[in-house]
Design a protein around this ligand. Structure first.
Ligand code: NAD
Ligand code: AKB
Length: 314
């Protein structure tokens, strides 16, 4: 039986990955680790307060809980990272290094480390972006993601520590709020639309980016986690495409259900979005571990509206 730890487990992805893993492997076998202590601690337990920059503490938690499998989700995302690049470096690079060293020293079997479309930069081809292409990001977050991809590969080839990851696009979900990214508008906008409030979008109306609905995000990381090692040519850097849309296209789709007003006032996050691809070539993920998304823009919007109507009681 696997013993799993999910760092950053209280975040947007962890909040949905943890219940999925607990259904599969048993509640007591999936430990949530985060620097924040949740208000609803009983619902979240087993939980440990853990700062991923503290290698000794990671080693202690791994040993005390017999952990052999880690989903390392603790991170500072792109927009928050540009507000505080030093913190992004510290958590995303120093924290990952501490995690890899702890994994190597304790003999952990596998560590899943999500990368991001933020690994790409202004010189990367924007449409159908190849898996293996120019990686020259200009955000601290993006720099940390390229570093993570390369360190993960290094630990696999040098120490046999099996590190894997997909390059997530913007993730859309209704259970937990996003944690400070450039793609957060695509979640926030639903709340404004359903409350009948005007939404001021911080990206341009035509800023097309790759996006993915949470059920597909969970499917991608868990499917890669279980893929036979011998099938993998890539490891830490799989493009995964699900849908691409601009704020204008999302608004048009949401207006099929509810009318609301939108104003576009791009801020510093537009520059970040301008440096990212519009769509990805994910043929390596399809070929090496059978990646295939279930949701496109219309099915994602329908599901978001249904679930948020229930959640918000509107
Ligand atoms: P999030 O911001 O929602 O959650 C991150 C969690 O990490 C938070 O609960 C936070 O408290 C915790 N954390 C921060 N610093 C910590 C520290 N020092 N020690 C321990 N925990 C700490 O992030 P998310 O959206 O769930 O993202 C998870 C992973 O997926 C990250 O690596 C992120 O880069 C990647 N990713 C996310 C998206 C997305 O759209 N959500 C897209 C691409 C990649
Ligand atoms: C962000 O906007 O920072 C994230 C990401 C694409 O990595 N959603």
């Amino acid at each position: 039986m696997k013993r799993i730890m999910v760092t950053g487990g209280l975040g947007q992805i962890g909040s949905e990955l943890v219940p999925y893993l607990r259904d599969r492997y048993g509640r007591e076998n999936v430990i949530v680790a985060d620097i924040r202590v949740p208000e609803n601690l009983e619902e979240i337990e087993p939980f440990v307060k853990l700062d991923v920059r503290d290698e000794e503490a990671i080693i202690r938690v791994i040993k005390e809980n017999d952990i052999d499998f880690i989903y390392h989700l603790a991170a500072i995302l792109s927009a928050r990272g540009e507000q505080n690049p030093q913190l992004a470096f510290d958590v995303n690079i120093r924290g990952l290094y501490a995690m890899l060293e702890a994994g190597r020293k304790t003999g952990v079997e596998r560590i899943m480390v999500p990368s991001s479309i933020a690994a790409f930069g202004p010189e990367t081809p924007k449409d159908n972006t190849p898996n293996d292409t120019i990686l020259k990001p200009r955000t601290m977050y993006g720099i940390s993601k390229v570093t993570g991809e390369l360190l993960g590969l290094y630990y696999w080839e040098k120490y046999g520590l099996d590190v894997r990851g997909v390059r997530y696009p913007g993730i859309i979900s209704w259970k937990a709020p996003p944690g400070g990214g450039t793609t957060d508008y695509a979640v926030e906008i639903f709340y404004y639309a359903l409350r009948g409030e005007k939404y001021t979008c911080f990206l341009r109306e035509d800023a097309t980016l790759p996006m993915m609905y949470m059920p597909d995000a969970i499917k991608a990381i868990t499917q890669l986690a279980e893929a036979p090692s011998e099938n993998l040519v890539h490891r830490t850097d799989f493009n995964v495409q699900a849908m691409s849309f601009s704020p204008g296209e999302l608004v048009e789709e949401i207006r099929k259900y509810v009318d609301f007003e939108v104003e576009y006032r791009p801020d510093y996050r537009q520059k970040i979005a301008d440096s990212w691809p519009r769509s990805l070539d994910d043929s390596a993920a399809r070929r090496e571990w059978g990646w295939k998304p279930d949701y496109d823009l219309p099915t994602m919007v329908r599901d978001m509206i249904e679930n948020l109507r229930r959640k918000l009681g509107v």
